[in-house]
Ligand binder design. Structure first.
Ligand code: NAD
Ligand code: ZN
Ligand code: ZN
Length: 381
């Protein structure tokens, strides 16, 4: 089959790789119909992780079941399914608590919790930017989709990762209806956090970025766009919240955050959030930070550390919660919101491309080129 293979920093190619096979009785094989490129892929694409050369990317996957292992009970050939980016066993201590991003069985690396498709340090699993994908523990990891699956696949594919992740960020922050919410990052994840906050009844959603195309998308769903290349975002948020600051804040950028001129400043969003959120407010952090980053611009960041305004955070009585999203904690409900027409996460999709155009799509999305807000690859044409 054809798949998107990592060849080294800023280099992917679409190549023939072996077809996936049923390896364990609980596996299924899915023919991929929609698979997204994610900001998380970009950290790996840029060579800022230890993702192995020759491995297949792709953790936001939707498709149709083509083969079913003998121990699979809930799925049959032809079912439309969306897979969480997390691979989880369903029966370990963490999975039982709903913490499927921290499954204790799926990642064979000692001392690690959590696995994912086509992801650095998250187990040996291949990704789904390919024609077919092996899904382990398939009864647990496949979300069945309703009869409008094919027609609404650009919406449902967002349930694999970024829609639940944006939602999770508002949960981590402790958002409640009526809250003023500030979101740093108007990439796909930040836009999904904004969509989630709107669906959940925020009174005011403020999104900070500097790319006009992304900020316009935030405005299109009723958020206030704040361009930090034109103003101090903290001052603007204070103005919009009667001087108090937002009730809650969301970090949707991660360790490669930078100033508007493009210089990486790894503590910028976290310290801006401490300033932008009110006394006793909450901060959710879903932007990825890593335990080490050898390619980082400063010595602290190379060790996975940032100079954080801890004193001010403590003084303001703020709380912070972090981490990968437990997609299964939300995916049924978000699927149902899409089915009912109450959520439409596909508003961010800018490009639907055949798999063969993946290399070009990676270059454009990585450069945050104007108009390249979210790419959905279509391996089945
Ligand atoms: N926790 C999870 O489960 C999870 C899931 C998916 C993605 N992620 C992570 O979320 C982050 C965002 O993903 P994405 O797909 O939206 O990526 P993206 O890179 O497309 O978007 C990030 C946006 O942040 C903006 N930005 C950069 N520095 C900024 C700053 N200082 N202030 C405000 N905005 C700034 C960029 O201009 C860009 O538009 C990534 O780190 C990704 O790895 C985490
Ligand atoms: Zn993703
Ligand atoms: Zn588990």
């Amino acid at each position: 089959m054809k798949a998107v293979v990592y060849r080294g920093p800023r280099d992917v190619s679409v190549e023939n790789v072996p077809d996936p096979k049923i390896e364990r009785p609980t596996d299924v094989i899915v023919q991929i119909r929609s698979t997204n490129i994610c900001g998380s892929d970009l950290h790996m694409f840029e060579g800022r992780t230890d993702f192995e050369k020759g491995r297949v990317f792709g953790h936001e996957n939707l498709g149709q079941v083509t083969e079913v292992g003998p121990a699979v009970e809930r799925l049959k050939v032809g079912d439309w399914v969306c897979m969480p980016f997390n691979i989880s066993c369903g029966h370990c201590r963490n999975c039982e608590k709903g913490l499927t991003a921290f499954c204790l069985a799926a990642n064979p690396e000692p001392g690690m919790a959590g696995a994912a498709f086509g992801f650095a340090d998250m187990g040996p699993y291949q990704g789904g930017q390919a024609e077919y994908l092996r899904v382990p523990w398939a009864d647990f990891n496949c979300l069945k989709l309703p009869p409008d699956a094919e027609e609404k696949q650009n919406d449902y594919v967002m349930v694999a990762d970024i829609f639940p992740t944006g939602w999770h960020c508002t949960e981590l922050a402790g958002m409640r209806p009526g809250d003023a919410v500030v979101i740093y990052g108007s990439g796909p994840v930040g836009l999904m956090a904004a969509h989630a906050a709107m669906v959940k009844g925020a009174c005011n959603v403020m999104v900070v970025d500097r790319h006009p195309d992304r900020l316009r998308l935030a405005e299109s769903i009723g958020a206030v766009a704040i361009d930090d290349s034109k103003c101090n975002p903290v001052d603007r948020i204070k103005e919009l919240t009667h001087g108090r600051g937002a009730d809650v804040g969301c970090e949707c950028v991660g360790y490669q955050c930078h100033d508007p001129a493009g210089k990486e400043v790894p503590n910028l969003t976290m310290n801006n959030l401490v300033q932008s959120v009110k006394f006793t407010g909450g901060i959710g952090v879903v932007g990825v930070f890593t335990p080490q980053d050898p390619g980082a611009p400063d010595d602290l960041a190379k060790k996975g550390q940032i100079a954080f305004d801890w004193g001010m955070c403590w003084f303001k009585g703020q709380h912070i919660a972090t981490g990968q999203c437990n997609v299964k904690a939300y995916n049924r409900q978000l699927r149902d919101l899409i089915h009912a027409g109450r959520a439409k996460p596909s508003f961010i999709v800018s490009h639907e491309l055949e798999l063969s155009r993946a290399a070009e799509a990676y270059q454009h999305f990585d450069s945050r080129d104007h108009g390249w807000t979210k790419v959905v690859l279509k391996p089945a044409g």
